[in-house]
Design a protein around this ligand. Structure first.
Ligand code: NAD
Ligand code: MG
Length: 383
């Protein structure tokens, strides 16, 4: 029996992890659950999975904890999140919070010596050097949950210690893959949220439409697999069946395939190196008949070029990329800016904030704040 804490249990990844716990009650016990503000869903999860600790980071006003949940200790705010990640004993901690808000939970869990299952890519994008150093010191390598990175991690199980010469990150291309740039620039919220293959949280769905998600994933892969950006190649693959691949010195390429279902990479991280049933559909190659691959268009989607420029620039460039994108996506989701403004706001933030340091966690949060402030001021027209 393994105990698991889920930071971000009410989200797309968090709820799918709980589906796996439900499917395997003999293997997993829930230690703690946290969410931002969805009290109704958190209460239902506490009622079903009976953790000893639960936290709402931004609880709604006048919150009343139902009487039948008195077996569970409830906490609130950032302190509650720290407690869940650091102080509540658990064999593993799944970090499925969205955004840089996940970084603190990753650092807390690693500092407490816990096995981290990492869905949150923004923690590696912003604090990759600190996070991987801490995981290395603790002797607890991060177990990737992001489907592409899980795929690469799975491919490497067959590598017998051979280091790959390059990584192939696949991308669905998102809902705007074939759209002209003028139409992308005017895309609505509903169009951006209509992903062809995956059902995910709003922020990552918008990132998939802009291809910023793939930019963030290049950065994530750089840290998880210690691979320089120029050896990470993005391949657009609209069917989302090949989840990613690795290339070796002899030219052999090993790929991982499966239907697009996040329960597979989540379960692999939960039971690694074992594999268990996930309750999903199985791959039928005959029915699919063909898999296609194409280049990403750097003019319509500048996200990948910007990501590689940030990796080359070093310092806090990736944090600025992430912070500006988070702020721009939030504004787009509030209908305050057109879709195309996400590209220009991130590119302009990177030009306006070059050379910021990322030596400490304080530097990273400062770069994040400055990127968000830049976006807010540019939107008010004062930059
Ligand atoms: P989501 O929006 O569905 O859920 C986010 C969770 O984090 C919720 O439980 C929410 O309450 C919590 N949360 C939000 N803001 C918070 C804050 N400031 N402090 C504490 N908790 C907060 O997001 P998701 O789609 O599940 O994605 C989670 C992470 O996993 C993201 O980093 C995403 O990039 C990554 N990821 C998701 C998928 C997917 O299929 N959804 C796939 C690969 C990677
Ligand atoms: Mg992914």
């Amino acid at each position: 029996m393994q105990s698991i804490t889920i930071l971000g249990s009410t989200g797309s990844i968090g709820t799918q992890c709980l589906q796996l716990v439900r499917l395997h009650p003999d293997r997993f016990r829930v230690a703690a659950l946290t969410c931002n503000r969805n009290a109704e869903l958190l209460f239902a999860q506490v009622r079903e999975f009976r953790p000893g600790f639960a936290c709402l980071v931004s609880p709604p006003e006048h919150l009343v904890i139902p009487e039948d949940l008195s077996f569970c200790q409830f906490a609130f705010g950032q302190d509650g999140l720290h407690t869940a990640a650091r102080d509540i004993p658990a064999d593993m901690v799944l970090v499925s919070i969205v955004g840089i808000a996940g970084l603190a939970g990753v650092l807390d869990a690693l500092n407490a010596g816990r096995q981290v299952l990492l869905a949150n890519k923004e923690a590696l994008v912003t604090g990759g050097h600190l996070v991987t150093e801490l995981a290395g010191k603790a002797g607890k390598p991060l177990l990737p949950v992001d489907s592409e990175h899980s795929a690469i991690f799975q491919c490497l199980q067959g590598a017998a210690g051979n280091k790959p010469v390059s990584l192939l990150l696949t991308a669905s291309g998102g809902p705007f893959r074939t759209w002209p740039r003028e139409r992308i620039d005017r895309a609505t919220r509903a169009e951006a949220l209509n992903h062809p293959n995956w059902s995910m949280g709003a922020k990552i769905t918008v990132d998939s439409a802009s291809m910023f998600n793939k930019g963030l994933e290049i950065m994530e892969a750089r840290w998880l697999f210690d691979m320089p950006g120029e050896k990470i190649r993005v391949v657009v693959h609209p069917q989302s069946i090949v989840h990613s691949a690795v290339e070796f010195a002899d030219g052999a390429v090993i790929a991982q395939l499966g239907v697009p279902d996040m329960r597979v990479p989540i379960a692999y991280a939960m039971t690694y190196p074992e594999r268990v049933a996930t309750g999903g559909e199985r791959l039928d190659l005959i029915r699919l008949a063909s898999l296609t691959f194409e280049e990403s268009d750097p003019v319509r989607f500048p996200s990948l070029r910007l990501a590689k420029e940030c990796l080359n620039a070093g310092g806090a460039a990736c944090t600025v990329f992430n912070g500006a994108n988070e702020a721009a996506v939030a504004a787009f989701l509030r209908d305050e800016i057109p879709f195309g403004a996400i590209f220009t706001l991130v590119e302009d933030a990177l030009s306006a904030l070059p050379g910021l340091p990322a030596d400490s966690i304080d530097d990273i949060y400062e770069a994040d704040r400055r990127a968000r402030r830049f976006v807010a001021e540019r939107m008010k027209g004062t930059q």
